[in-house]
Design a protein around this ligand. Sequence first.
Ligand code: PLP
Length: 220
Amino acid sequence: MNLQKIEKKIQMACRTSKRKATDIKLIAVTKTIDALEMEELYQLGLRDFGENRTDSFLAKTAFLAAKKDITWHFIGTLQTRKVKDILTKIDYLHSLDRLSLAKEIEKRATTKIKCFLEINISGEEKKHGFTKEAAIQFVKTFSFQHIEIVGLMAMAPFTQDQKELHQVFRDLKQVQLEIEALKLPHVPCHELSMGMTNDYPIAIEEGATSIRIGRALVND
Ligand SMILES: *Cc1c(COP(=O)(O)O)cnc(C)c1O
């Protein structure tokens, strides 16, 4: 496990951008590791875990159920019919990407669910999420009692073009500020979930509050 190296890079990115490392939440994306390896990460001090598939999410929350201080993040595309299976086990949903999903959550939830609106910031066709315009429309017409929009989430294109990555994250930050400034009920929108193995230092420099790291935890 590679936690030290990642923490060092987080600190460097924070220094560059004059931010505090304690303001960045590192979410361990565990889709390629098993529950025993997750326990290892837990022993190393990690408390935020993210999964992108409902079956493995359920298996891992069950396996680690005794560890009550874990915060569980669901980060993948969530099928509407699976909402009822995992809703009570999610602390944060990072992938609220369509109105029909919001409606299903509203119907099933009994407490407020913290959600990130997923934004298709690079406009790639195969990516999920709201366009900027659709996101603003969504929050302005927001009528859900059981959903809180804590922030925005996006996935950058897989590229080594640093300039492009900076721009994508900067664009997302702009949308976040725009929505936050509306001061709408249930839509505080203070957070930014952005940055993965390929690009998390850049995401931090551009304002990420949560980074979602998978491969870098297990590879060199
Ligand atoms: C897999 C995944 C990640 C982590 O990606 P890495 O490149 O392994 O760091 C982050 N977010 C989502 C939505 C993912 O599916």
